[in-house]
Design a protein around this ligand. Structure first.
Ligand code: SAM
Length: 251
């Protein structure tokens, strides 16, 4: 019987062999690497990753896909599939590279989980093009926000390829892109996270007003901005990722 894709689970599958090989190559996996994949689907990307890696641990929430994934595990020998919600499961791998064609409805929580996990060395993921643009956006523009700061504080991020919607089955409503993040820094502190969330809570307000309305001391914020040589009327979108780290330390 033909597989009925679940829209709510973000089941937009890939099958083009060249594209799948290119995504696996973007992830720069070595034969000594362990890989974690979110959303194995029918295992098309899993298989390519398994050809490059020492092992692949893939998560898949939809038990109906056992029919495709259990034979793949038997065939490959270095693949294990954990059936369940990735966001509610432990990652039983000591050090890994993450690679996935993500289910788009959980893009942000999955990204934040990988960014926060010290065991994760790099992240190579298919995301909506608009999300990819936000991830790599420099300060000052409309795309720059909390996601840009989090990604850029974790390491260096690049868009490795754009992927048209027609490459997926079924095609989603948006185009996509593969983003690779090479992690170079320790996870950001809770203080920085809270500050960044507050800074982008109301985009049309100044940074001072945003922070004051989120419980920060207005006088302290003004003092810190002055010490950093920043305009007291600056908006959050003008502060660089490193600027947020410095500001959090001063507050
Ligand atoms: N990797 C396959 C491919 O490229 O063809 C499938 C990618 S598809 C975009 C996303 C997959 O993630 C689907 O198979 C879906 O069932 C699965 N999925 C959705 N939510 C999930 C979750 N919370 N945890 C684990 N897998 C999930």
């Amino acid at each position: 019987m033909e597989f009925r894709h679940s829209h709510s689970l973000g089941q937009n599958f890939l099958s083009d062999g060249n594209l799948l090989s290119a995504i696996a190559a973007d992830a720069r996996i070595l034969p000594t690497d362990d890989v974690v994949e979110v959303g194995a689907g029918m295992g098309a990307l899993t298989r390519k990753l398994a050809q490059c890696a020492r092992s692949v641990t893939a998560f898949e929430i939809d038990e109906r896909l056992r029919e495709y994934l259990d034979p793949l595990c038997a065939e490959c020998g270095n693949v294990r599939v954990i059936y369940g919600d990735f966001m509610k499961s432990d990652i039983p791998v000591r050090e890994y590279k993450a690679a996935a064609n993500l289910p788009y409805y959980i893009t942000t929580p999955v990204l934040f989980r990988f960014l926060d996990d010290p065991a994760c060395r790099s992240v190579t993921v298919m995301v909506q093009l608009e999300v990819a643009e936000r991830m790599i956006a420099p300060p000052g523009g409309k795309d720059y926000g909390a996601l840009s700061v989090a990604v850029q504080l974790a390491g260096s991020a690049t868009v490795t390829r754009r992927v048209g919607r027609h490459m997926f089955d079924p095609p989603p409503k948006v185009d996509s892109a593969v983003v690779r993040i090479e992690k170079t820094a320790a996870p950001v502190t809770d203080g920085v996270k809270r500050l960044v969330r507050a800074a982008f809570s109301m985009r049309r307000k100044t940074l001072v007003n945003c922070l004051a309305s989120c419980g920060y001391d207005r006088i302290k914020v003004l003092g810190a901005l002055s010490d950093m040589g920043l305009d007291p009327a600056v908006r959050g979108e003008r502060i660089s990722p490193q600027g947020f780290t410095e500001l959090a330390a001063r507050l």
